[in-house]
Design a protein around this ligand. Structure first.
Ligand SMILES: *Cc1c(COP(=O)(O)O)cnc(C)c1O
Length: 405
């Protein structure tokens, strides 16, 4: 077999479908976000404004976060030096986990290499350790949860997105003696909508299910201390396991879970993706802790982001653009066709120095290709006004965009 030709033909297939992924090379400039230098494929460079970053609050360049990272780097060096079990647990890990347990008012917390690894590791272990378990999963759950559930090798039932009636129907259909986990997200990243957390927790109680909530797009952003949407709604104690990331609003990298000590300890003791990998380095952990601690007491960043998001949505509404009207800070604008979606993104970059990555299948279903935009705390009112003007102009001058909408 000609292996090279085979792989090339696989790539040609996705190119034909318009969903071949082209990365934009950026040079983020600490202190200048949402501006960055874009390095084009032809070798040229220019300054652009980022409109699709998950560094929602600009914490990736916050002076306290940078200082903490520098200090830990100088104190402890570059790497952790081992897995958590074999010389790789530093005081930075322990302190961060204490801060996270406090954030969610839980007994315990555990840090992973990323949010993806946290979901994958935790859900696979929880499923595996509960004999004959059923996992109920929202139809729009993130790939990391799907992967973890698959790895648990337990039965999975998918309920329609945010549909509590369907969830109850499925819960009712399960033999009452079987253990069950409901796995869902607080903020759905590609839709921008939120889960009915309270209703889901009530069903969990009624049908004796464990609740597993992905707050990746909630932590740092919602709740008086940045605990997430569950904190904002006064539901922290109703959710059994909360999962989050340092990679989004906290502006760093790494993932975590919080919950009862016995549950967290079980994941610590059985999750392969936690055990068999080098632990995160002190600089990253110190930065993450500084970010978490800062956002427990500072609301300014959240207020600025909320102001920008409200203004942006209001302007899109006035221009009658087809954005998805979720409750969250995420603003997806539906284009509905992959090549057209890429073209709009290319025009924004080429003519307006604005960077928004097109979102295509399999991240979202075919026919719902979109531009997923995030108005961060770091954008100015002028940035938001300008972006809304540009989009309005594009939708008025490109008739095929109107047609799809
Ligand atoms: C980004 C994301 C993750 C993964 O988090 P990382 O820290 O980026 O690995 C998990 N769940 C959801 C819903 C996400 O959007």
């Amino acid at each position: 077999m000609n292996y090279t030709a085979h792989f090339q033909s696989c790539l040609d297939d996705i190119k034909k479908e318009g969903r071949y992924r082209v990365f934009a090379t950026l040079e983020r400039l600490a202190g200048r976000f949402p501006r960055a230098i874009y390095h084009a494929p032809d070798g040229s460079k220019k300054e652009v404004t980022i409109w699709c970053s998950n560094d929602y609050l600009g914490m990736g360049q916050h002076p306290k976060v940078l200082a903490a990272a520098h200090e830990a780097l100088d104190n402890s060096g570059a790497g952790a030096g081992g897995t958590r079990n074999i010389s790789g647990t530093t005081r930075y890990h322990v302190e961060l986990e204490e801060s996270l347990a406090d954030l969610h008012q839980k007994e315990s917390a555990l840090v992973f290499s990323s949010g993806y690894v946290a979901n994958e590791g935790a859900l696979s272990v929880l499923g595996k350790l509960l004999p004959n378990c059923v996992i109920l999963s929202d139809s729009l759950n993130h790939a990391s949860m799907i992967h973890g559930i698959k790895d648990s090798k337990q039965e999975k039932l998918i309920y329609r997105h945010n549909d509590v009636e369907h969830l109850e129907e499925l819960l009712k259909s399960i033999d009452p003696k079987r253990p069950r986990i409901i796995a869902f997200e607080s903020v759905y990243s590609m839709e921008g909508d939120m889960a009915p957390i309270k209703e889901i927790c009530e069903l969990a109680q009624k049908y004796s299910a464990l609740t597993y909530l992905d707050e990746v797009h909630g932590v740092g952003l919602y709740g008086p201390r940045g605990g997430g949407v569950a904190e904002e709604r006064g539901l922290l104690d109703r959710v059994d396991i909360i999962e989050g990331t340092f990679g989004k609003a906290y502006g760093c990298m790494g993932g975590f879970i919080t919950g009862k000590s016995a549950i967290v300890d079980a994941v610590r003791s059985f999750a392969a993706s936690f055990i068999f990998t080098t632990s995160l380095p002190p600089s990253v952990l110190a930065a993450a802790k500084a970010s978490v601690e800062h956002l427990k007491v500072s609301d300014i960043e959240r207020q600025k982001m909320r102001r920008n998001v409200a203004l942006f949505k209001q302007r899109l509404e006035q221009a009658d653009l087809p954005y998805m009207r979720g409750e969250s800070h995420i603003v997806p604008l539906v284009v509905g066709e992959p090549n057209c979606c890429r073209e709009v993104s290319d025009i924004l970059m080429r003519d307006y120095d604005i960077y928004v990555q097109p979102i295509n299948y399999p991240t979202v279903p075919k026919g719902t290709e979109r531009l997923r935009m995030t108005a961060s705390a770091a954008h100015s009112v002028e940035d938001v006004e300008h972006m809304a003007d540009v989009l309005q102009n594009l939708w008025e001058t490109h008739h095929q965009l109107r047609a799809v909408a």
